[in-house]
Design a protein around this ligand. Structure first.
Ligand code: HPA
Length: 274
């Protein structure tokens, strides 16, 4: 059996011994977007370091725990803190949790992140539904022998982000009077922010926002046949758009400012997720 699969099975088995529920939706809470999990009822928390084979997050502002709980009549398994390629993990480690989720029977993934805005109609604090992504600069998590247990060798990427879920998210945002943007998210490896020239290049390629996460995971999730919704919190304008340097503290504090709006939106979406 493939090592990656074997490890994921072990991690899933352990998580099953800790939660006596069958979560239907996996949620990934990005930088400074953690309060959503405070809404959960009947929570079980599992630290990543206790899960066999799980990587441990090293970024400030990223707690490292899985939280299982219920909200809006759905059972949700949330990742509070994720693994980034720039932390030094092999990309198959970055997406490891996606395989574990799949083995736990989770078929739905709501993934969030903080991102820099490239589209000049955006402003910091905006939320953006990810319509598509650009992964040219991301190493593929599917590289190597295909994990046939999850999906096929050459998976289609025509609709990574479910149109049906985007439509649902739009509707929920309208009802909650939350202004919501939509666009293409481009992945960069990080940890350095982009140069202004790189941002101009990404703009030409059709990107509306840029960030250092999410894309490896959604590729693995799509390969495994999951329904995916991605939401970015635009924490800053990307390099060179405004005449000022970027820094991580600003990204985290801008994400925190949008935390309540974001959390209501995610809760509303989950409640009506089918
Ligand atoms: N670039 C890359 N990643 C980011 C940014 C950015 O401007 N903002 C938040 N995450």
């Amino acid at each position: 059996m493939d090592e990656r699969y074997k490890k994921a099975l072990k991690a899933a088995e352990y998580i099953r011994t800790r939660i006596n529920a069958n979560p239907e939706i996996g949620v990934v809470l990005g930088s400074g977007l953690g309060i959503f999990a405070d809404r959960f009822k009947e929570t079980v928390e599992i630290e990543y370091k206790d899960i066999p084979g799980f990587p441990v997050s090293t970024v400030k502002g990223h707690a490292g725990k899985l939280i299982c709980g219920s909200t809006g009549n759905k059972t949700v398994l949330a990742m509070k803190g994720r693994f980034h390629y720039y932390e030094g993990y092999d990309v198959s480690r970055v997406v490891f949790y996606v395989w574990v989720f799949r083995l736990l029977g989770i078929n739905n993934l709501l993934i969030t992140n903080a991102a820099g805005g490239i589209n000049k109609e955006f402003k910091p604090g905006d939320l953006m539904l990810i319509r598509d992504h650009i992964s040219f600069f991301a190493p593929s998590p599917l590289r190597g022998e295909n994990l046939n247990e999850f999906g096929e060798r050459f998976p289609d990427m025509t609709e990574v982000y479910s149109r049906k879920l985007i439509e649902l998210a739009r509707k929920v945002a309208r009802e909650l009077h939350i202004d919501i943007k939509e666009g293409v998210y481009a992945f960069t490896q990080g940890p350095m922010y982009e140069t202004p020239a790189e941002i101009r290049a990404l703009e030409v390629l059709g990107a509306d926002a840029v960030g250092m996460s999410t894309v490896p995971e959604t590729i693995a999730a799509k390969h495994a046949g999951m329904n995916i919704l991605g939401i970015s919190c635009i924490t800053n304008m990307a390099a060179g758009i405004l005449d000022k340097p970027l820094n991580h503290e600003e990204v985290v504090s801008a994400a925190k400012e949008s935390e309540h709006k974001f959390s209501s939106l995610v809760a509303g979406i989950i409640e009506r997720w089918e």
